[in-house]
Ligand binder design. Structure first.
Ligand SMILES: [Zn+2]
Length: 224
């Protein structure tokens, strides 16, 4: 069974038509960063876990267009049949996400990545690389996945590959972490002068502006 690689597809904020899954924000600019952003309000005492179940992981992968509706159905059925395996994949996925977050947070901050986190990513890569193969694509060939479509961890394959590719490319210099006090979402800064500070101008950007405005006003009334 050959599964075409779909992680090169254009990223989109909106869910593919016909799915219920639209809860995730896919504005990171790279698949691995969108995956890292499945924990909200990371820097608060109560972060919001968006991957609370294996079903959430499938919903995310569906919205990120890693699987079709039919393939998502296969995974959900398989997870119901093997709940312990599904829980283990979720646990691995969250551990991988945390390693990816810390690695790219360090990259954004120009700090060295932690050896333990690189080891986690390398362990995931060691599982994923043997599943890559060449498949016919259009008039030519491309990279594809040769693993079984019923494998519950297939969602983690393109995520792992995306992290490895971004980390080894010059584009990693564009990785940023949101400047908002509690957010810590990661994104690719595509602004002309490389000055984007927030994951989202409507959310974090607006809140930061409102806070600055409030603080300026407060200082103004203080008469200093
Ligand atoms: Zn943010």
């Amino acid at each position: 069974m050959v599964i075409p690689v779909t992680n090169q597809a254009p990223r989109s904020r909106s869910a593919p038509t016909g799915t219920a899954a639209s809860a995730f924000d896919l504005s990171g600019g790279r698949l691995c960063l969108d995956f890292a952003n499945t924990l909200s309000k990371r820097l608060t005492s109560h972060p919001t876990e968006l991957l609370a179940s294996y079903g959430d992981l499938v919903a995310w992968s569906r919205q990120a267009r890693l699987v079709t509706a039919r393939e998502a159905g296969v995974l959900i059925r398989e997870a119901k049949r093997r709940p312990i395996d599904a829980a283990a994949v979720l646990e691995r996925g969250v551990a991988l996400r945390e390693a990816i977050y810390r690695i790219f947070s360090a990259v954004a901050d120009e700090r060295p990545a932690g050896g333990g986190d690189l080891a986690t990513l390398n362990a995931a890569l060691a599982e994923v690389l043997p599943l890559l193969g060449i498949v016919p694509k259009g008039d030519g060939f491309g990279w594809g996945w040769t693993g079984d479509e019923q494998r519950l961890d297939r969602i983690l394959w393109p995520v792992t590959r995306s992290a490895a590719e971004l980390l080894t490319s010059a584009e990693r210099a564009a990785v940023r972490e949101c400047d908002a006090q509690t957010c810590a979402w990661l994104f690719m800064d595509r602004s002309r002068n490389r000055s984007r500070r927030w994951c989202d101008m409507k959310g974090c950007g607006n809140r930061a502006k409102a806070r600055r405005h409030y603080e300026r006003k407060k200082r103004g009334h203080g008469g200093t």
